[in-house]
Design a protein around this ligand. Structure first.
Ligand code: CUA
Length: 362
């Protein structure tokens, strides 16, 4: 059936829609997780490699598509026109389009392999090791050389230092197999696009990743980049950069134990935290006897963070209240299977008292 011109134009327009959509989707005024806008030497190396390969690919694309279109247009069928010259089996051509791509691949392979080895190199001088633990669905950070200082979701680092991350996946909320400290978790991927490429976080092994930042007082967004079930999308993270002095101050503040509240709602909340609220079964509070669990985030300096629950929600009185009231209503989790925070039966007054206590954890 022949189509009228109008029908053809309509179909063309329809076909262009997905292309326009994809093109527009790449436009963002504020793109905090843009790999093409790196902000550190490691992310820079990765971006440079990408741009180099992309440039070669673009030249090849334009050349091949240009020749294809030119051939199709030039040799299109017209009544009475003879067949064009047949080149099937032409040795020179066959040789040419085998050798040229092979050379291009070699040209791409050298910088690729060198960059991979360069980035994977274990840094030797001026290194800060940090252990990263992927949990369902949040991040735990431990600084083994700084008295095992522990925090969650928001990573703080000094600038001009190679941050060497040991990436683990564990699930302390699940029963540990014989001989192991913790149950193995699932595969996550640690990704802060402006500082470095992603690295898988695999149960049962320790993957390494080096980060390096050069600008102080920055905040970088990141997220888990490997599908890890229910709340994968809510497993976000942040990185804050400091000058060395700023970082030392942060470490000193974070290393302090809590100051137990002496009266009012906060004191009542502290008692609930240790008792009826059962919070102590999962969360660590520095300086509080028995509060050492790693099932949920260390809350010693909760209020020094901007966000909670996998860097998903801003820390506000209302959000903390709603979270304690019914965590799974805010973020899909499966506490009945041992993953995620359970809903503890508490009265409105008790919830407010616990929030009052949490807000003293500066
Ligand atoms: Cu953790 Cu996706």
């Amino acid at each position: 059936m022949r189509q009228g011109l109008g029908g053809r134009v309509r179909r063309l327009r329809l076909a262009a829609l997905p292309a326009i959509f994809v093109f527009l989707a790449s436009c963002a005024a504020n793109a905090p997780q843009d790999t093409l806008d790196p902000d550190g030497p490691i992310a820079n190396k990765q971006n440079n490699l990408f741009l180099f390969v992309m440039a070669i690919a673009a030249v090849v694309f334009v050349l091949v598509q240009g020749l294809l279109i030119a051939t199709v247009v030039r040799h299109r069928h017209r009544p009475g026109r003879p067949d064009p010259v047949q080149v099937h089996g032409n040795t020179k051509l066959e040789f040419g389009w085998t050798v040229v791509p092979a050379l291009l691949l070699v040209g791409v392979a050298f910088p690729t392999v060198f960059t991979i080895f360069d980035i994977a190199k274990e840094p030797k001088k001026n290194v800060l090791p940090i252990e990263v633990y992927g949990h369902l669905w949040w991040w735990e950070y431990r600084y083994p050389t700084l008295g095992n200082l522990t925090t969650a979701n928001e990573l703080h680092i000094p600038i001009n230092t190679d941050i060497r991350l040991d990436l683990h996946s564990i699930e302390p909320g699940l029963p540990a197999p014989k001989g192991a400290d913790f149950a193995a978790g699932v595969i996550h991927s640690f990704w802060v696009p402006k500082l470095a490429g992603k690295q898988d976080v695999v149960p049962g092994r320790v993957n390494k990743l080096t980060l390096r930042a050069e600008k102080p007082d920055q905040e970088y967004d990141g997220q888990c980049a490997e599908y890890c079930n229910l709340s994968h999308a809510n497993m976000r993270l942040k990185v804050f950069t400091h000058t060395q002095e700023g970082f030392d101050k942060w470490v000193a503040d974070q290393s302090k134990p809590i100051t137990p509240p002496t009266g009012g709602d906060a004191a009542a909340g502290f008692e609930l935290f240790k008792g009826r609220g059962t919070c102590i079964a999962c969360h660590t509070l520095g300086g509080v006897e028995g509060a050492v669990a790693r099932v949920g985030p260390n809350l010693t300096h909760l209020m020094s963070r901007e966000t909670f629950a996998g860097a998903t929600f801003p820390i506000t009185t209302q959000n903390l209240h709603d979270w304690i009231q019914d965590p799974s209503a805010m973020k899909p989790m499966r506490p009945e299977k041992g993953t995620g925070m359970p809903k503890v039966p508490l009265s409105e007054t008790q919830i407010n008292q616990i929030v009052a206590f949490l807000e003293t954890l500066k």
